[in-house]
Design a protein around this ligand. Structure first.
Ligand code: NI
Length: 180
């Protein structure tokens, strides 16, 4: 397992739709190992394969969020059992130093597969649900800044303009979420 440099806003891989995993092989398990190790090293809540430059539908989350049980999903499909929403501050390891209120669904049911290819279902609420929605978005090339309200987008633009790493091209790459 290796700590891999995390791709940051402006890197095209973050805006691409990731491909489904077809081979549940050693390469996939190495990828999940690298995701876990890189997440641990960064201290974040979750990490998706495109953030390591790998266009596959895989993400991991901190085992703390799921009380030490399953910490990853392959080829996830999200379902929302109710209409309840939550507000809370969100950030992304690919957009360092930016934390903004982001509305998410409170409850999620995520179906997918384990690293061994076994079908699995994760039922999550609160922070785990938030994290799973954030990471699933990464697999569709969607970032949390796409989900902000217009007023928050303005706030974000101001933050972005003052950020030391801002390269001027990133703003053109913000797109609107395909989801409601
Ligand atoms: Ni992220």
């Amino acid at each position: 397992m290796t700590v891999v440099p995390i791709r940051e806003l402006g890197d095209p891989v973050l805006r691409e739709s990731a491909k489904p995993v077809t081979d549940f092989d050693g390469e996939l398990r190495r990828l999940i190992g690298d995701l876990r190790e890189t997440l641990r090293d960064s201290g974040g809540a979750g990490l998706a394969a495109p953030q390591l430059g790998v266009g596959l539908r895989v993400f991991v989350w901190s085992p703390k969020l799921s009380h030490g049980s399953l910490d990853h999903l392959v080829n996830p499909v999200l379902d929302f059992p109710d209409e309840e929403e939550q507000d809370g501050v969100e950030g992304c390891l690919s957009i360092p130093g930016v934390y903004l209120d982001t509305r998410r669904r409170m409850n999620v049911v995520a179906k997918g597969f384990t690293r061994r290819g076994d079908p699995v279902q994760v039922v999550g609420d609160g922070l785990l649900a938030r994290c799973i929605q954030h990471e699933a978005d990464h697999l569709d090339g969607v970032l949390f800044i796409d989900r902000l309200t217009p007023a928050q987008q303005e706030q974000w633009m101001a933050t972005l303009r003052s950020a030391s790493w801002f390269d001027g091209n990133a703003m053109a790459k913000i797109k609107h979420s395909p989801h409601q």
